[in-house]
Design a protein around this ligand. Structure first.
Ligand SMILES: *Cc1c(COP(=O)(O)O)cnc(C)c1O
Length: 844
């Protein structure tokens, strides 16, 4: 036994002594975290030596990246601690953003820019003969999300910190994020993305804040010592949630918020029993099983898989987060009376909707509150954001599975539902049909828990993500709920952060903008309006075009390296990048490209303006039709790019592994933004906003936020085509027969016949039969053929406009100038004021 250390008194006196001494130590002159170029260089050298253990001979680019990242992180630490102290001291109301996805991308460049170290670090490194850009590229993307929903959460974190709002993101620290997409022989191949292989410079593990989580088992009802009926959860399996904290720096302020990601760890207690029984191997196996919970992100965008592990993931991160939130509250407050005045929890889609039942369980079973009191608190605390109307995205769990994994929560859900329905019946606020549609439990051969209904019933606010989407929510999906509680529903049109998507991604354009209107646009994007007059300035237009050309050249380098294709920088860069989904209609785009090719082949006098069609996006691994679409794009590219007859007129490339860091190269280089979803299907879109902010003109349908983008930039600066929501509904009601369009439109017949006969699959004539079949015999559910002619006509307008470069540039500049509304700062300000009631807390 080592000798016992004398017990130190850790009372207030000792603490404040420690605080004073720490203060003095930190305030020494020549602080080692100063931000002058010399100290930054010293920091880099120190980290290379002390953190990486390398010298100039042995250091790799990755070592140097880590040395820079740690130097930046050091300079965020003080602010991070001060921010948390400020929230604590002011007993500020906090926002908790619960999301199963955070599609963060790389962090270093964003952190350099947000904390104002970019220029200093670049010169510090250039004195050492190092290029900052080379080191930035070493960082792997944090791809903890599928697409728009996850990227929205990342943009929101940036805006929350920039607006000085006391906020925390809560999610899962997946060991494997979204898969790495390779293309082999034109087909998508998925490979695991080991983003943590070399460790992350940004996460700080907090084993001291580990949370125990129960799953499975059963419930026991008993009478407590006061004679009260209580419930306990017994015979459960146990897992631990260990938090990893990531700092989120605001731009141009001293706020550093926290993104807390939970990792599943095996529970020690559980292992011990097996070890004692001498069964070492099964104890280790068990450990593996529980740690599987945070292993991998489900790669499905907008479709549910209904897998048990997914339900475990949802509950795991919700349980850890609610525990954390309640603990933090109880540190400062005796009970729960003020809980909704101090806590706002936003649920990003229904993925965290079990939080409603979990908070009820904690308040009623663990904290001993009465049901009614707990319910009022829960409802006042939660807000729910809906992200889609697509029926395949609506989460439902079979009562069987739900009750097996979460026996106590199933009881709570039933109780919530019983009281909800009793209340509605008693007040005669809905008929039986409406009640059965609103019920949290779907009756039928296999009973289901409807997570969206749980989220609506358990929240004081339900929002859609664009004006049109919110209207459709009220009219269709949540029609009955809207009739019951109209005041609950509101719209929060999505946005994107102008720091990452303009300042970081497009430094050339950002610099030109700042030179003419100053830097205020960075935190007030409506200032971009002051660019409007510059649209009439020939000199600015020339500058704008030269920046776009440089960006096209940078993207062309990637395409040459990845695809072996040389792009014509004078051609129109026409881009569709987003997850591959039938409703997004990549098929409409590629069928038209194929049709252009056929027209060029048959009509030698046809002379379209040279165009480069770029596609990118991942298909869910189990989504066969999405994978066929990728194969088709690659096959069309092969045929078109190698045909000397059309050389220089049409070029096609599929950019593999579309992700945040690639998106940062694509948007600034794009000239035409393809936003062509079937009207009523895209809830908002955010890619559409990033394109417009970077001066691409949209060709699009009246869907999602396209509607509002068009209102902002002006109808004359937007290429609109296609059926409206009403026309889509009318056509389907009348009975849509795609064969009619096939027979009556020569171009449709020509391109589908070519597909079916193997023109684009030499040697494999029947290859694209599944695509042709889904359009003609599968009913063409997304109306590709019905919108084809309008789309082709609109693309001719695009071409005509592009032939007048001065006119095109005017329109492009006006798009940049008029998209300030789509800053996520505006979105977050609306959430903070209208849903959360959370004021900012200035730090430093
Ligand atoms: C913005 C973004 C999305 C969302 O694009 P949509 O066109 O709105 O679907 C998806 N993935 C990445 C990497 C993005 O940056």
């Amino acid at each position: 036994m080592p000798p016992q250390q004398p017990q130190q008194r850790r009372g207030t006196t000792a603490r404040s002594e420690e605080a004073r001494a720490l203060e003095r130590a930190r305030d020494l002159p020549n602080s080692r975290t100063a931000t002058d170029v010399d100290t930054l260089r010293r920091a880099f050298a120190d980290h290379l030596q002390y953190s990486q253990g390398k010298d100039e001979h042995t250091a790799t680019a990755l070592d140097r990246y880590f040395a820079v990242a740690y130097s930046v992180r050091d300079r965020m630490m003080r602010r991070w601690i001060q921010t948390q102290q400020a929230y604590y001291k002011q007993d500020a109301k906090r926002v908790y953003y619960l999301s199963l996805e955070f599609l963060m991308g790389k962090a270093l460049e964003n952190n350099l820019l947000n904390v104002g170290l970019y220029d200093g670090m670049r010169s510090a490194l250039s004195d050492l003969g190092l290029d900052l850009a080379d080191l930035l590229s070493q960082e792997p993307d944090a791809g903890l999300g599928n697409g728009g929903l996850g990227r929205l959460a990342a943009c929101f974190l940036d805006s929350l910190a920039t607006l000085s709002i006391p906020a925390y993101g809560y999610g899962i620290r997946y060991e494997f994020g979204i898969f790495d997409q390779e293309i082999r022989n034109g087909y998508q191949v998925e490979r695991p993305e080991e983003w943590l292989r070399f460790g992350s410079a940004w996460e700080i593990p907090r084993p001291d804040a580990t949370v125990p989580v129960s799953i499975y088992g059963r419930t026991e009802h008993y009478v407590d010592e006061k004679g009260k009926l209580r419930v306990r959860w017994v015979d459960a399996r146990h897992v631990l949630g260990m938090p990893y904290d990531v700092p989120i720096a605001g731009f141009g302020n001293s706020t550093v918020n926290t993104l807390r990601l939970w990792r599943a760890r095996a529970s020690q207690e559980l292992d011990l029993a097996d070890f004692n029984a001498g069964d070492y191997l099964s104890a280790v196996e068990d450990k593996d099983l529980s740690e599987n919970i945070s292993k991998v992100l489900y790669p499905n965008d907008l479709t549910v898989m209904g897998k048990e592990l997914r339900l475990q993931q949802q509950y795991f991160f919700v349980c850890c987060s609610i525990h954390d939130i309640v603990n933090r509250h109880l540190k400062m407050h005796d009970g729960f009376g003020s809980f909704p005045d101090k806590v706002a929890i936003q649920m990003n889609d229904t993925h965290p909707a079990i939080a409603v039942a979990e908070l009820m369980r904690v308040l009623v079973d663990e904290q001993g509150l009465e049901w009614d009191e707990a319910w009022e608190i829960a409802r006042a605390t939660f807000g729910y954001t809906n992200h889609t109307l697509m029926p395949e995205a609506l989460e439902r769990w079979s009562v069987d599975l739900f009750g097996r994994v979460l026996p106590r929560h199933l009881e709570i859900v039933y109780e919530i539902n019983r009281r909800f329905i009793d209340g509605v019946r008693a007040e005669r606020k809905a008929d039986d049909g409406a009640i059965s549609r609103m019920s949290v439990i779907e009756e039928g051969p296999t009973k289901q828990v409807r997570m969206a209904n749980l989220a609506v019933v358990g929240s004081h606010s339900v929002n859609g993500v664009a004006a049109l989407h919110t209207e459709l929510l009220k009219r269709e999906l949540f029609r009955d709920f809207h009739a019951l509680w109209p005041e609950k529903f509101n719209n929060k049109t999505n946005g994107v952060t102008p720091r990452r998507w303009l300042l970081q991604a497009n430094p050339g354009l950002a610099k030109s903008i700042t030179e003419v209107i100053g830097p205020e646009w960075l935190t007030d994007a409506t200032q971009l309006r002051r660019l409007e007059p510059l649209a009439e300035d020939a000199g600015f237009r020339r500058l704008f075009r030269s920046v776009k050309r440089d960006n096209k050249a940078r993207l062309a380098e990637i395409v040459r390296a990845e695809n072996g294709i040389t792009l014509d920088l004078d051609s129109i860069f026409d881009v569709q990048v987003k997850r591959i989904h039938e409703y997004k209609r990549q098929l409409l785009d590629v069928l038209r490209v194929a049709s252009e090719y056929l027209r060029l082949k048959e009509d030698r006098s046809y002379d379209p303006y040279p165009r480069t069609y770029l596609f990118g996006g991942k298909a869910a691994p189990g989504y066969a039709m999405a994978k066929w679409i990728i194969k088709l794009v690659n096959s069309v590219a092969d045929v078109v790019n190698h045909d000397v007859d059309v050389k220089g007129r049409v070029t096609v490339a599929f950019l593999r592994n579309y992700r945040v860091s690639l998106a940062e190269r694509i948007f600034p280089a794009a000239e035409v933004s393809e936003q062509i979803s079937t009207a009523g299907k895209e809830a908002s879109g955010t890619g559409n906003m990033k394109f417009a902010l970077n001066g691409a003109l949209t060709i699009g349908t009246l869907d999602g936020a396209n509607v509002e983008i068009r209102e902002e930039v002006g109808a004359e600066n937007f290429f609109l085509f296609g059926l409206t929501v009403e026309q889509v509904a009318a056509l389907k009601k009348r009975g849509y027969d795609p064969w009619e369009w096939y027979r009556n439109d020569r171009r449709i017949k020509q391109v589908l016949d070519a597909l079916a006969s193997g023109v684009f699959s030499p040697g494999e004539p029947g290859l694209f039969r599944p695509i042709v079949d889904s359009l003609l015999n599968g009913g063409d559910p997304y109306l590709v053929l019905a919108d084809f002619a309008a789309y082709c006509a609109c693309q001719e307008e695009v071409e005509k406009a592009y032939r007048d470069p001065e006119h095109w540039t005017r329109m492009a500049i006006l798009n940049v100038a008029r998209t300030g509304k789509f800053s996520s700062d505006r979105t977050i300000r609306e959430y903070a004021e209208e849903i959360w009631n959370v004021p900012p807390v200035r730090v430093g």
